[in-house]
Design a protein around this ligand. Structure first.
Ligand SMILES: [Zn+2]
Ligand SMILES: [Zn+2]
Length: 382
C-alpha cells in the first residue's frame, strides 16, 4: 500500500504585539519583528484541525522548496544569549550572531501523535466482542448474587415461646386382596400366591395369564435419510479501503503526515451448513396380558390428635389377612417477635423428642435476613 507524505506548516502567536496565526516560516513577527522564542508558548505551534476518522490534517500541505528545506533542517534551537529560534542546521544565531553552544536548548521532535492512530484491528468474528460483553454481565450478576447471599445469611438472635405442642397419629388397616392387573408378557411368570401371617411373609403371585395382545410399548429412532441444517453466522470481510494518517511534529514548526490506505472490514452474514442424518420415531409393539395377583389395599383408617403431652394410637383391630401401618406427626409452635409477631413451627422426629417440649418454655432462636429460623440450643438438638 502506497504511503503519501505531506508536510504541514504550523502557526504561532507573537507575545510582543499579539499578532496571531503567523506561519512557521517566519522566524520573526512580520508586524513587530520580535524573534520567535521558546518563552510564552511562541514555539508551541498550532497545526489546525484533523479529520476525526482518518487523522488527516485539514490544512493544505506545503510544496514550495523553501518551506520543504526549512522542514528538513531538523529541530529548532534557541540562542543562549538572545533566546531567538534558529534552524536546526545553522551554527550561528541569525538574530545576534552568537554561536550555538553545547547547552543550547532545542525543540524536541515529538513521537507519533495519537490523533488519527489507526483503529484497533477488527476481530475475526463479531461474536468475540459480544462474548466478552456477556462475560462482564455474568461477572456482574455473580457479584450481585454473592452480595445478596451475604446479606441474607446475616443472622440475629431473638427469644421465642412455645405456644402449642400438637400430635397426630394415624393407623391404616390394609388387606391382602385379589386384584387384576396388566403386564408385559416377557416380564410375567406364573407364581402361586402366599397369604400373610400377622401381616407378613406374603407373596403376590401371578396367575391366569390371559388376553395377550400387541400394544405399543415404546418408540425407537430410525435413520431416515439426511437433511441439511444451516445457521446464519457473521464474519468480518475486507470491503475496500479507508485512509489512515499518522502525524509527527518535526520540532521546527512543521509536521510530517504519512497517510496510507488500510483495508476496511465489514460484517457479512453467511450460511454455515451441515449435512446430518435425519431420524424418525417408530412405534415398538409388545404382547400385553391380563393376570391375577394379590395386593395390599387400604380398607380402613383411624386418626387421633391432641394438644396434650400424651400421644395415643387409635384403636384398630386387624383381621387375619390384614396389616396395620402407623404414622406419627408432631409439631411445636413457637411465637417470636421480629419486626412483627411471627410463628416458627418445629416438627420433632420422635415421641421422646416431642415430650421434651413444654408449653410456655422460652426458646433461643437465630433468624437470618431471608427469614429462616434456627433453634439455637436445647431440645431440638437431641
Ligand atoms: Zn509581533
Ligand atoms: Zn542570538
Amino acid at each position: 500500500m502506497a504511503k503519501r507524505t505531506r508536510i504541514i506548516e504550523g502557526t504561532w502567536n507573537c507575545t510582543s504585539c499579539d499578532t496571531r496565526a503567523i506561519l512557521a516560516r517566519h522566524r520573526s513577527c512580520p508586524h513587530c519583528n520580535n524573534p520567535r522564542e521558546e518563552t510564552g508558548k511562541e514555539s508551541e505551534f498550532d497545526f489546525g484541525e484533523v479529520d476525526a476518522v482518518s487523522g488527516k490534517s485539514l490544512r493544505e500541505g506545503v510544496t514550495d522548496a523553501k518551506a520543504l528545506s526549512a522542514a528538513a533542517a531538523g529541530a529548532d534551537w534557541f540562542c543562549d544569549y538572545c533566546g531567538a529560534s534558529n534552524r536546526g542546521d545553522t551554527p550561528i544565531c541569525r538574530n545576534c550572531r552568537a554561536k550555538r553552544s553545547a547547552t543550547s536548548r532545542a525543540l524536541a521532535e515529538e513521537p507519533d501523535e495519537p490523533i488519527g492512530a489507526p483503529h484497533p484491528p477488527p476481530a475475526p468474528f463479531a461474536a468475540r466482542g459480544s462474548g466478552r460483553k456477556w462475560l462482564y454481565v455474568g461477572l456482574g450478576l455473580l457479584a450481585c448474587f454473592g452480595t445478596c447471599m451475604y446479606w441474607g445469611s446475616r443472622t440475629h438472635g431473638v427469644t421465642g415461646q412455645v405456644t402449642t405442642t400438637e400430635w397426630t397419629r394415624t393407623v391404616h388397616r390394609e388387606t391382602f386382596q385379589r386384584v387384576t392387573r396388566e403386564g408385559w408378557r416377557n416380564e410375567l411368570s406364573s407364581t402361586l400366591p402366599r397369604m400373610p401371617v400377622n401381616g407378613m411373609g406374603e407373596v403376590a403371585g401371578v396367575e391366569n395369564i390371559r388376553n395377550c395382545f400387541p400394544r405399543q410399548r415404546g418408540t425407537r429412532q430410525v435413520a431416515d435419510g439426511t437433511e441439511r441444517v444451516c445457521k446464519t453466522k457473521t464474519r468480518q470481510v475486507k470491503c475496500g479501503t479507508t485512509e489512515k494518517c499518522k502525524r509527527k511534529k518535526m520540532g521546527n514548526g512543521y509536521m510530517k503526515e504519512v497517510c496510507e490506505d488500510v483495508p476496511k472490514y465489514c460484517s457479512k452474514r453467511y450460511e454455515d451448513c451441515d449435512t446430518r442424518t435425519r431420524y424418525r420415531s417408530e412405534p415398538v409393539f409388545d404382547l400385553s396380558c391380563t393376570y391375577d395377583t394379590y395386593a395390599w389395599k387400604e380398607v380402613d383408617r383411624r386418626v387421633e390428635s391432641g394438644r396434650d403431652s400424651a400421644p395415643r394410637w387409635p384403636e384398630l383391630r386387624p383381621g387375619s389377612l390384614d396389616r396395620l401401618l402407623r404414622e406419627e406427626k408432631y409439631a411445636v409452635r413457637i411465637d417470636y417477635e421480629d419486626s412483627g409477631a411471627k410463628e416458627h413451627v418445629y416438627e420433632p422426629k420422635s415421641e421422646s423428642e416431642f415430650l421434651s417440649w413444654k408449653r410456655g418454655q422460652s426458646v433461643p432462636l437465630q433468624v437470618n435476613n431471608f427469614g429462616s429460623v434456627n433453634i439455637l440450643a436445647g431440645n431440638a438438638v437431641r
